[in-house]
Design a protein around this ligand. Sequence first.
Ligand SMILES: N[C@@H](CCC(=O)N[C@@H](CS)C(=O)NCC(=O)O)C(=O)O
Length: 219
Amino acid sequence: MTKYKLTYFDGRGGAEPIRMAFAAGGVEFEDVRVQIAEWPSLKPKTPQGHLPVLEVNGKTLCQSMAILRYVGKECGFYGKQSWEQGQIDCMVDTLADIWTTHGRVIQEQNPSEQKQLITKHTDESIPKVLGIIEKALKDNSAGKGFLVGSALTIADIRLYCTMDYPLMVYGFKLDKYPKVAAHRKMIEAIPKISEYMKKRPDDKIALELLIPMMKNCRI
Ligand SMILES: N[C@@H](CCC(=O)N[C@@H](CS)C(=O)NCC(=O)O)C(=O)O
């Protein structure tokens, strides 16, 4: 039996879609969560100096989206043929823009610059991406709510997980994006995902790092 070991920090971030894809596929994996204090000594031992890292029977794969695509293929969430896979990739890459601007916000040390970046993130970057996603969901409505095709794919999982931090950390609202809001409910209702979400640990990165960072920034 293939042995999967996923190493990431003790939060959702870049690893959560991978964890969720494993869970939705009913595939067991070892969920290794590195504490911030452990990271400096572990970093030089990782292949590219960052996480997530997936070990498959002792072989190592880096880069969150490469890992997600690999796990998507392993679990049957990567579409039926090349065209569908192209569409899935398009949606996954579109969503990456939300992560890019989130990354800029959390790396900014200057509070007033950080405030400006948060405004850009919530008022420009997220709405721009969600406008594209809302339209894609509308255009694919005969697929009955999935982002691509008519079954769960990594594009759906990536969408769900990408919106976690905008909703939890930045207080973003989905009122203007009814299809995205309905998609969220649909994903939460998938039995294996619902079961996984009930059991998963709290997101320590969001609770201990990101949410306090945003509170300080609003003062
Ligand atoms: N392009 C990489 C970026 C990985 C990355 O920057 N990971 C962050 C956590 S989300 C990390 O390891 N930060 C600690 C560090 O770089 O020292 C990916 O998608 O996996």
